[in-house]
Ligand binder design. Structure first.
Ligand code: AMP
Ligand code: ZN
Length: 456
């Protein structure tokens, strides 16, 4: 059997992956809060853990892997969105959930086995909070229930590598008077009449953010499971708090055995995030004509533990490569198995960049059947994602480079005759010419005629 190695945040080491039960390999990944379109950064963990899901299915069998990813549909950001738009919360969360599934589907992500919503798990959360109070790890105060970090000094902070004292020193937030320790976090909080709320032993209220993942993973995967994933921005406080809740309820060795964190997608060196306002959505990119398969390929070209920059140049290169590979594999039956080298790269802590390099080798050596099988294992070159390439299979990158070079020359010489000649010829051939400061893109229209490009 293929040996999979994964970097475990818990031990800060790459380890051989040994599932608790090879008959049922279990993975949980924190999903989106549903109040808006997913931005491109949100798609990174989706694609990363989709690759892991596919790899686990390949190695352990499709029926022996359970993958749960939640939707956070109770959250103050959602409440705020409802208040400002005047729309019912349920409409907003239902619409955004569907957008998320549609957009991620266009990136070739398989749907997880379970996609629980927080609002469906309120009784389980209440039960878990009662359990934590009973075990002396949580306390009720002024309609709130708080987790007491001092009740678990040996464990709290271990995952993210901080001490409780450092955390207190680093926290600049105003401390609520009902907290015994400033780092104590909310399990339950009171809701006013205009906010979503559920009856509970502590009055009408709603859960804090962290408890949902502990309650849902318990219900769907059990007290202990194999892998827990998410972006590294979630390591503290979200994941630290999940660990505290679950391990205090079910034992120090329970909960996730392997923790995996993807690095951030960046724009100009800064994390892409809604709060920084430097984001664009997956839908924006799709609408601009970037095929989902191209976006997926760009993601796979960087290892998940490295920060990655989205650039137009990477997207154009990925598109040219995919166009070439699709032409090479057109009408070919995939080999029965993915190439061993591709499987090996993916098994080495999801070395997708290495796997893509192997795909390039297969393409160069002309092994189309193996290229197809291997690419499909990574969710590329599938029929579903191929719509964008349905047109005639020609490589336009040379022509794009030709026009770009002509334009650079014309900027110097101020003579645009060659640029105009090329543009006219491309438009004549049925291409849409998109020029930006950084590049040229030729997009085949419905009347595209490749033969007309021959004289150029
Ligand atoms: P959120 O809706 O902000 O809780 O994020 C949902 C998922 O997207 C989490 O797993 C985050 O870690 C992840 N995420 C958010 N921003 C980025 C980013 N810029 N790059 C990579 N992952 C991100
Ligand atoms: Zn979570």
């Amino acid at each position: 059997m293929t040996t999979i190695k994964l970097h475990n945040t818990k031990t800060r080491q790459k380890e051989v992956f040994e599932p608790l039960d090879p008959q049922n390999v279990r993975m949980y990944v924190c999903g989106p809060t549903v109040y808006d379109r997913a931005h491109l950064g949100n798609a990174r963990p989706v694609v990363v853990f989709d690759i892991l899901f596919r790899l686990l299915r390949k190695v352990y069998g499709a029926d022996h892997v359970t993958y749960a990813r939640n939707f956070t549909d109770v959250d103050d950001k959602i409440n705020a969105r409802a208040a400002e738009s005047g729309r019912p919360i349920g409409d907003i969360t239902a619409e955004t959930t569907q957008w998320f599934l549609d957009d991620m589907g266009e990136l070739g992500a398989l749907e997880p086995t379970h996609m629980p919503r927080a609002t469906q798990y309120i009784p389980q959360m209440v039960a878990m909070i009662e359990d934590l109070i009973g075990k002396g790890h949580a306390y009720a105060a002024e309609g709130h229930v708080l987790f007491s970090v001092e009740s678990w000094p040996q464990g709290y902070g271990k995952l993210s590598g901080r001490s409780i004292d450092d955390m207190i020193a680093g926290a600049r937030v105003e401390v609520a008077p009902y907290k015994k320790n400033p780092m104590d976090f909310v399990l339950w909080k009171p809701s006013s009449d205009d906010l979503p709320g559920w009856d509970s032993p502590w009055g009408r209220g709603r859960p804090g953010w962290h408890i949902e993942c502990s309650a849902m993973s318990l219900d769907l995967l059990g007290e202990s499971f194999d892998i827990h994933g998410g972006g590294n921005d979630l390591m503290f406080p979200h994941h630290e708090n999940e660990v505290a809740q679950s391990c205090c309820a079910h034992g120090e060795d329970s909960f996730a055995q392997v923790w995996m964190h993807n690095e951030m997608l960046q724009v100009e060196g800064k994390k892409m995030s809604k709060s920084l306002g430097n984001f664009f959505t997956v839908r924006d990119l799709l609408d601009q004509g970037y095929p989902g398969e191209v976006i997926r390929m760009v993601f796979l070209s960087t290892h998940y533990r490295k920060p990655m920059d989205w650039t137009d140049k990477k997207a154009r290169e990925a598109q040219a490569t995919l166009r070439k590979w699709r032409a090479l594999t057109a009408g070919i039956e995939p080999a029965p198995n993915a190439a061993a080298a591709v499987l090996e790269a993916l098994s080495d802590d999801l070395n997708t960049a290495g796997a893509v390099a192997e795909l390039h080798k297969l393409a160069t050596s002309g092994d189309a059947a193996e290229l197809l099988a291997s690419a499909r294992m990574m969710g590329l070159l599938t029929d579903e994602l191929g719509g964008w390439a349905a047109g005639p299979d020609v490589d336009l990158s040379e022509f794009e480079a030709q026009l770009f070079a002509a334009r650079q020359a014309a900027m110097e010489s101020k003579d645009f005759a060659e640029v105009d000649r090329l543009k006219t010829a491309f438009v004549d051939a049925g291409l849409e010419v998109r020029m930006s400061k950084t590049g040229v893109e030729l997009v085949p229209g419905p009347d595209f005629d490749a033969d007309k490009l021959e004289e150029l």
